[in-house]
Design a protein around this ligand. Structure first.
Ligand code: ADP
Ligand code: F6P
Length: 323
């Protein structure tokens, strides 16, 4: 394989740039020509390629986001969009593609792979909801951004004897909320995987108040049935029942734009190398991820037919530690 391309797709994640840099430099080491695809699948369907040399990926290792930019592209979900992408790739003589992205993006790479094009995915999303990697690119940095916010909110919550509901990202997956809850010392964690009625949350807050705590923090995943906005509405007229006065903070996209930490820069560099090696070995149609601390290749077919589950032991730990 002599000519490959790399792209980022879906929600950006800290470490994407480090992964692009690694793909480019390892590819050059393997005597490959490397192209970047601008704007994810939206760029792929129109053949928006740019040649990348070692110097073109200088100065990006420490930057969040993706210098190739990311996009969401409904057209690529259609047969016509995928045929256009294949045409663009073949017209440029590109023989292999690395797709850095999350669940949706890897559904896209599987679609291309089923059409016979050699693709390798790199597991990248702050949600950590991708089967085939115990930890995905960007999660560690996002968690540290969340923790910084939680630590600050705890300070002001304690000064005013307040409860805070803090909403973090996670459309279908409570990983960020759960881990932020444990690392940030939350009194309650609410995730999409576990149905939690607001009255249960109220009991937790009330109980923290009665145990003499001067604050209560509830970390909720955005995809939970009762997210921050719904909890706020539920408790609107009833703060007294909680013991504490209540405030709500939705962290939003600030979680995605962090400067990648050491863990994500190193993971990205290893993932990039592994993706190029998989293309060079001719083992394509796989996702590069981390399993039991080792780089793993999982077939995209398996990635796309399995849902990552949350560890119930960790859910229990969060509950025990909140006392
Ligand atoms: P993420 O990769 O962060 O989960 P999305 O779910 O938004 O992000 O998906 C990113 C892009 O991947 C979509 O805009 C679309 O172009 C492509 N994609 C998503 N699902 C599919 C699918 N089932 N088939 C083909 N392409 C898909
Ligand atoms: O998939 C990553 C993610 O950050 C989710 O946690 C969040 O729900 C979504 O992307 C936000 O998407 P957008 O950037 O389109 O608002």
């Amino acid at each position: 394989m002599k000519r490959i391309a790399v792209m980022t797709s879906g929600g950006d994640a800290p470490g994407m740039n480090a992964a692009i840099r690694s793909v480019v430099r390892v590819g050059l080491e393997e005597d490959m020509e490397v192209f970047g695809v601008n704007r994810g699948y939206a760029g792929l369907v129109v053949g928006n390629f740019v040649p990348l040399r070692a110097r073109d990926v200088g100065g990006i290792l420490d930057k969040g986001g993706s210098f190739l930019q990311s996009a969401r592209c409904p057209e690529f979900k259609t047969e016509e969009g995928q045929m256009k992408a294949l045409h663009a790739l073949r017209e440029r003589g590109i023989e292999g593609l690395v797709v850095i992205g999350g669940n949706g993006s890897q559904a896209g790479s599987y679609a291309l792979s089923k059409r016979g094009f050699p693709v390798v995915g790199i597991a990248s999303t702050i949600d950590n909801d991708l089967y085939g990697s115990e930890i995905t690119l960007g999660v560690d940095t996002a968690l540290n951004v969340i923790l910084e916010a939680i630590d600050r909110l705890k300070v002001t919550a304690s000064s005013h004897e307040r409860a805070f509901v803090i909403e973090v990202m996670g459309r279908d997956c409570g990983y960020l909320a759960l881990m932020a809850g444990i690392a940030g010392g939350a009194e309650a964690v609410i995730i999409p995987e576990v149905d939690t009625h607001p009255e249960v949350v109220a009991d937790e807050i009330r109980s923290a108040y009665e145990r003499g705590k001067n604050h209560a923090l509830v970390v909720v995943a955005e995809g939970a049935k009762y997210n921050a906005t719904k909890l706020e509405a539920y408790f609107k007229e009833n703060h007294e029942r909680l013991g504490f006065d209540l405030r709500v903070t939705i962290l939003g996209h600030v979680q995605r734009g962090g400067t990648p930490g050491a863990f994500d820069r190193i993971l990205a560099s290893r993932f990039g190398e592994a993706a190029v090696k998989a293309l060079a070995d001719g083992e394509t149609g796989v996702l590069i991820g981390l399993i039991s601390d080792k780089i793993a290749r999982t077939p995209l077919e398996e990635v796309n037919s399995h849902k990552k589950t949350i560890d119930e032991g960790v859910v229990k730990l969060a509950r025990v530690l909140s006392k």
